[in-house]
Design a protein around this ligand. Structure first.
Ligand code: ADP
Length: 476
C-alpha cells in the first residue's frame, strides 16, 4: 500500500499533498505517495505514545516472535522486494536483494539480542544498602532516514528500537518511500500491533520540528547529511531530546607497498562501485605509498573503467545511476572543482553517452590529489575517488586523520606492526584491515568527530533505545 501508515491505518496526507516518486535510471514517475507534514506526524506521535505501554509490557520473547516473522518474510520475498527498491533507488539487483537479506539479519539478530538485556547488581559501600541496574525502553522514537540504503537505514534502527520495546514514528527519505511502505506491510503481516510502528512522509523540516517538540518522543535517530544532523542538534538543544546521528564520511584508504597491488586495486574498484559510491563508508581518499603509486592509479583506473553501467534490473549491471539530478550535479561539480584545483583526471569525469535519460555518471579517478582539493576535503557520495601519494607511515596517518569526518577507514598491508600502529592511530569509528566490508549486524557502527553521535548495530545499537535505571534500596 503506497500510503502513510498511522495507528494501523493506511492514510493519505491530511493536507492531501502528493509526492511523485521517480525512477533514477529512467527519470519516469513510478508512483505518487502522500506528502504531509506537521498534522500527520502529530497523529502518528499520539498513536505511538498510546501504543507504548502495551508494547513495552510485552517481554522480549514475545517481541522476538513478531520480529523473526518479519525476517522470515524478507528472506522468502527478497527478490520481489528488491524490485521495489531498484525501481526507486536504481541499484543493481544483487545489491538490492542483498539489502533485504541483510535486513532480515537485523530483525533476527535484534529479536535475539533483546533477550539478553541483562541488568546488574552493584556491591554497595554500605552494608544496609543494595543496588541494581535495569535497562528499560526509552519511549517513542522518531526515525528520520536517508535514501542511499532504503532498507538498511530503516531496518538497523527499526529492528533495534522495536526489539528494545520502543514504539516508532518513522520518516523515510522522500526519494525511497516505496521500500519503507513495503517494509511496513511486512511488519503488519507479521503481527505488529497497531500504533507500534508508524510511517509518515512529508515536509522534512516540519516533521523534524514536530518530533523534537513533543515530549513523548524521547529520542530521534537520524541517518543523513551532517547539515541536517546539525539542524536536529540545534533543535535538541532547546528540547533536550536525545539524539543519535549517523552522518557523513570521507574514508581514507591507506595502501602500503607490501600488498598484492592488482588484487587491492580490483577489489577497491568493486567497493567504490557499491551503490554508485553513495555510501557513508565508501572508500574515497586513497593514500598510496609512493613506490606503488603510479601503478595503483593505473590499475584502479582500469578496473573502474571496466564496470558495466546500467539499469538495476539488467543482470549485467555493476553500477547504477545516482539517486537524482541534484546528487549527480554535485558529484560533477566536485570533480570539475578538483580538476581546476590541480587534480589529474585518470578515468571517467563525465556522464556516460549511452543513456539519454537517468542520473548516470562514469566511475572516476582523480590522481595527484592534495589535501586542500575538494575531493579530499568533502564527502563526494558518488562513484569518484582521489589518490594521493605518501612516503612514510606517519605521513599516511596524518593525511588520513586530516578530515572533520571519522566514520570508516581502510588499511591494506601484510605487515603486522604497520597494521597495529596504523589501526590504533586512525581517528575513525571503523577501521577495516585488508577488507572493504568492515561492518556487520553484530558489531557497532558509528562515527567519530563530525560523522555522528551514538551507534547502530551490535549490542550498542540496542542500548541506544534503552535507558538505565538504578534501583537502590536503603535502610536494610
Ligand atoms: P540527502 O540530502 O542526502 O537526502 P539529507 O540529510 O538531506 O540527505 O536527508 C536525510 C533525511 O533527512 C531525509 O529523510 C530528509 O527528508 C530529512 N531531512 C531533510 N531536511 C530535514 C530537516 N530540516 N529536518 C529533519 N529532517 C530533514
Amino acid at each position: 500500500m503506497q500510503k502513510n501508515h498511522i495507528n494501523g491505518n493506511w492514510l493519505d496526507a491530511i493536507n492531501e499533498g502528493i509526492w511523485a516518486v521517480v525512477n533514477p535510471a529512467t527519470e519516469e514517475v513510478i508512483a505518487s505517495v502522500p506528502f504531509g507534514g506537521t498534522a500527520d506526524v502529530q497523529v502518528a506521535i499520539d498513536a505511538a505514545a498510546a501504543a507504548f505501554p502495551a508494547w513495552k509490557g510485552t517481554n522480549a520473547w514475545q517481541r522476538a516472535e513478531v520480529l523473526k516473522k518479519v525476517a522470515d518474510l524478507m528472506r522468502v520475498r527478497s527478490k520481489e522486494l528488491a524490485q521495489i527498491t531498484i525501481s526507486e533507488a536504481g541499484k543493481p539487483m544483487p545489491e538490492a536483494v542483498g539489502e533485504w537479506v541483510v535486513a532480515a539479519q537485523f530483525f533476527e539478530w535484534y529479536a535475539e539480542e533483546a533477550k539478553r538485556n541483562y541488568g546488574r547488581t552493584i556491591p554497595a559501600s554500605r552494608n544496609n544498602k543494595r543496588m541494581s541496574v535495569i535497562s528499560q525502553p526509552i519511549g517513542v522514537v522518531g526515525i528520520i532516514t536517508a535514501w542511499n540504503f532504503p532498507v538498511w537505514n530503516l531496518c538497523r534502527v527499526w529492528a533495534a528500537a522495536l526489539a528494545a520495546g520502543c514504539t516508532i514514528v518513522a520518516k523515510p527519505s522522500e526519494y525511497t518511500p516505496l521500500t519503507a511502505m513495503a517494509l511496513m506491510e511486512l511488519l503488519i503481516e507479521a503481527g505488529m500491533p497497531a500504533g507500534v510502528a508508524n510511517l509518515v512522509l512529508g515536509n522534512a523540516a516540519e516533521i523534524g520540528e514536530a518530533l523534537l517538540s513533543r515530549p513523548e518522543v524521547r529520542k530521534i535517530h537520524f541517518v543523513g547529511s551532517t547539515r541536517v544532523g546539525k539542524i536536529l542538534l540545534e533543535g535538541a538543544s532547546r528540547t533536550n531530546t536525545k539524539l543519535s546521528l549517523e552522518l557523513g564520511g570521507n574514508a581514507p584508504c591507506l595502501i602500503f607497498p607490501d600488498v598484492n597491488l592488482e588484487a587491492v586495486a580490483h577489489s577497491a574498484a568493486i567497493a567504490k562501485s557499491r551503490n554508485c559510491g553513495q555510501v557513508c563508508v565508501s572508500p574515497q581518499r586513497f593514500l598510496v605509498h609512493q613506490d606503488i603509486y603510479a601503478a595503483f592509479v593505473d590499475r584502479i583506473s582500469f578496473h573502474l573503467s571496466q564496470l558495466k553501467i546500467g539499469h538495476g534490473d539488467d543482470s549485467n549491471t555493476q553500477i547504477g545511476p545516482l539517486i537524482n539530478a541534484r546528487q549527480r550535479d554535485q558529484v560533477e561539480q566536485m570533480v570539475q572543482n578538483s580538476i581546476r584545483q590541480g587534480a589529474r583526471l585518470s578515468t571517467g569525469g563525465h556522464r556516460p553517452t549511452q543513456f539519454s535519460k537517468g542520473f548516470f555518471y562514469t566511475p572516476t579517478v582523480l590522481s595527484d590529489v592534495s589535501p586542500d582539493y575538494d575531493i579530499f576535503r568533502k564527502e563526494v557520495f558518488g562513484p569518484v575517488l582521489g589518490v594521493t601519494p605518501f612516503s612514510s607511515t606517519d605521513e599516511a596517518i596524518a593525511l588520513a586523520n586530516d578530515t572533520e569526518y571519522g566514520l570508516a577507514s581502510y588499511l591494506w598491508t601484510n605487515d603486522l606492526r604497520t597494521s597495529i600502529k596504523v589501526s590504533e592511530a586512525l581517528e575513525f569509528g571503523i577501521v577495516g584491515i585488508n577488507e572493504w566490508a568492515a561492518h556487520a549486524t553484530e558489531a557497532p557502527f558509528g562515527g567519530w568527530k563530525q560523522s555522528g553521535l551514538g551507534y547502530e548495530c551490535g549490542e550498542e545499537g540496542l542500548h541506544e533505545y534503552l535507558e538505565k535505571k538504578l534501583i537502590s534500596t536503603g535502610d536494610l
